[in-house]
Design a protein around this ligand. Structure first.
Ligand code: AMP
Length: 409
């Protein structure tokens, strides 16, 4: 299918063309027609499937088909869990609205209240907001949601997980004149999303996009065994200098290790941007912008600081340190290989990380390929996993007995 078959306005098709999107992704093929039919939408579509453009194009087409009659507040409200997501949606909305007259605003926490004033005074068509700050404006009566015609809840499962249920329900109540509501969630499994959707959506189109293999992209995964931290630094420097790294995220486990690594790479003339916890919002945003725009192509981050980052075109994810759990590994590497592109994930493994590597391999049901770099070969062989303790049959019997006894009581 081509975008032209979706009956979108010419201005939107031109912007899509400029962005270089050739074909609609599966969620876009499903969601855009459903939105244009005027339906509510319940969609399961994780990040990386093109979900942002799916709901934005649906909403923008609505605004173009039914132009504003009276001045007022935003007609499309998008609620999203994190600041980074809010800014990413904003950037994509601005790019898509480039050829139209649609006005777009964004409000998030971490920014001076005064800065947002103009967003409410002017006639914004689309407003993107994080829940906390939006509540503040509703409470202060700086913003009214009665003008909202299309309400979009992005990453609803994550907002619920983060404890924003009350805020989400409040917005749904306040946006009582809405004509449509779209709820996007990475997954629809779990009671909380289902119950929530039941409560706020009217006869929604249920869309479950299963991205084609092509859309999923391919992530090549490698492991480099390392003798020490110092060895890891050498491997990293070599890879960042020699491979076709266009954009890389390097994960480290602590702030201290992050600071040390930034300094070490700097002395090797590798310019980096970094994100660590408890960073001021303006610094965080400028670091992200610098990485997104390609001014610096290496971002060093801890897991906590990297939460919510969704930068396109990441060529390499490098685990300088392994994460604490296997699902975090999958989450980390999922940042590359987006929208059908190839990606590379590289993990450095010291002896104490061999156990975590085994967990990752079990979890992802694959053995990761070991690779060496000439001149930087590890001196030590791969550490053996500690043998599992054998259970003592006598002790086991006693334990079983005790359990039975406790049950009887
Ligand atoms: P999302 O799932 O919204 O986070 O999108 C993931 C990435 O895919 C973003 O960088 C988008 O710019 C990109 N993208 C969205 N739609 C398309 C498309 N139809 N073709 C190619 N890339 C796309």
């Amino acid at each position: 299918m081509h975008f032209a078959e979706l009956d979108l306005d010419k201005s939107l098709l031109n912007s899509i063309d400029k962005l270089g999107f050739e074909k609609p992704t599966s969620i876009q093929q499903l969601a855009i027609p459903a939105a244009m039919e005027g339906r509510d939408i319940l969609a399961s579509s994780p990040t990386g499937t093109g979900k942002t453009a799916a709901f934005l194009l649906g909403a923008m087409q609505y605004l173009i088909d039914f132009p504003r009659k009276n001045p007022g507040f935003a007609r499309v409200l998008i609620m999203t869990p994190t600041r980074e997501l809010a800014y990413q949606i904003h950037d994509q909305a601005v790019a898509l609205a480039n050829q139209s007259h649609l006005k777009i605003g964004v409000v998030t926490g971490g920014i001076n209240y005064g800065t947002h004033k103009e967003i409410f005074e002017k006639n914004n068509d689309i407003l993107i907001a994080t829940p906390g700050r939006l509540m503040d404006y509703l409470e202060g009566e700086n913003f009214h949601a009665e003008d909202v015609e299309v309400l979009i809840l992005d990453e609803a499962d994550r907002m619920l997980d983060m404890g924003f249920r009350k805020e989400m329900l409040r917005i749904c109540d306040e946006a009582k004149n809405r004509k449509q509501c779209f709820l996007f969630s990475a997954t629809l499994e779990g009671d909380s999303v289902e119950l929530f959707a039941d409560r706020i959506l009217k006869d929604p189109a249920l869309l479950e996009a299963t991205p084609s293999r092509k859309e999923k992209g391919k992530i090549h995964q490698w492991v480099h065994l390392a003798d020490s931290r110092n060895h890891k630094v050498k491997l990293l420097t070599n890879i960042l200098k020699s491979e076709d790294v266009t954009k890389a995220i390097v994960f480290v486990k602590t702030r201290e290790r992050l600071e040390q690594l930034v300094g070490e790479l700097y002395s090797q003339e590798i310019k980096t941007t970094w994100l660590r916890g408890e960073m001021k919002q303006d610094k965080r945003l400028s670091a992200l912008r610098s990485f997104e725009s390609g001014r610096t192509n290496v971002l060093i981050a801890t897991d906590v600081a990297a939460r919510g980052i969704d930068v396109a075109d990441i060529s390499h994810v490098i685990n300088f340190d392994m994460p604490r759990t296997a699902d975090v590994y999958v989450h980390r590497i999922g940042r590359t290989g987006r929208a059908g592109k190839k990606g590379t994930a590289i993990s450095f493994i010291e002896a104490h990380e061999v156990e975590m590597l085994a967990k990752v391999e079990r979890y992802t049901e694959q053995k990761l390929k070991r690779r060496v770099i000439e001149g930087l070969e590890p001196k030590h062989k791969e550490a053996k996993l500690p043998a599992k303790k054998k259970k003592d049959p006598v002790k086991m019997k006693a334990k079983k007995k005790a359990k039975k006894k406790a049950k009887k009581k």
